[in-house]
Design a protein around this ligand. Sequence first.
Ligand SMILES: C[S@@+](CC[C@H](N)C(=O)[O-])C[C@H]1O[C@@H](n2cnc3c(N)ncnc32)[C@H](O)[C@@H]1O
Length: 241
Amino acid sequence: MIDERLKSIAEMVDRQGTLLDVGTDHGYLPVYLVKSGKIKAAIASDVSRGSLAKAAQEVAKQKLESSIETRLGSGLEVIGENDKIDTIVIAGMGGILISELIDKRLDYIRKNSIDLIVQPVQSPESVRRYFHENGFEITAEKLAKADGRIYHIIKAKAGSRGSEQAAYVRDDIVFELGELIMSDAGSESKALLRELIGYKLKEQHKIKEKLEITESGNIGERYKEVLRKIESLDEVLRKLD
Ligand SMILES: C[S@@+](CC[C@H](N)C(=O)[O-])C[C@H]1O[C@@H](n2cnc3c(N)ncnc32)[C@H](O)[C@@H]1O
């Protein structure tokens, strides 16, 4: 029911209050968090009626109707000031969609000092870039493996900086792999990071070979970009040893 990915998300929850789980689907995460006593209450929301019905069924099965409310709607539109949310989880969606959903309620998130925990299924770099450009601090992040895939889990808090003050431009590689993930010395995280870099290198080498065939050795911008990416990934890998 709750796999390594959801477990890792749950481990990052530490405010003990009310959590909003956006795109809850089956509702497993809020159920797990309430049952384990990590939070007092939750709002489990989804844009799909079918998904929300699954969540409501799970909540009823676990007899948690008094602490988990289900709400139909998109993103953070389902909550208001009275809900006193301290943590929002958005997991299992694309990184671009996650950033868009956050952006629609940016003022609310800033004003209420919400902890955000996101788990993009694609383009984690777009969420990290969004956080960087909008004055969020990434306070924790880790990789988790489930169903043979490696997922990024990122926790962030809105700071006082506005987008205009995004202090410096980050390397693409930092957005792709995550600064805290790269600096985590634990052997388990190192192994996962090595594996992730391995996939990325394979992907880049494939693109490189394709470009060599289609552009017959003509060094274009795209090709140079691929070479730079391979170099950066190799460098991170060397530093891990
Ligand atoms: C792959 S499931 C992830 C379920 C769960 N969060 C998890 O990580 O296991 C994605 C869910 O997000 C919901 N979803 C997609 N877009 C959404 C949006 N804009 N607002 C709320 N839910 C959305 C889908 O209906 C689906 O139930």
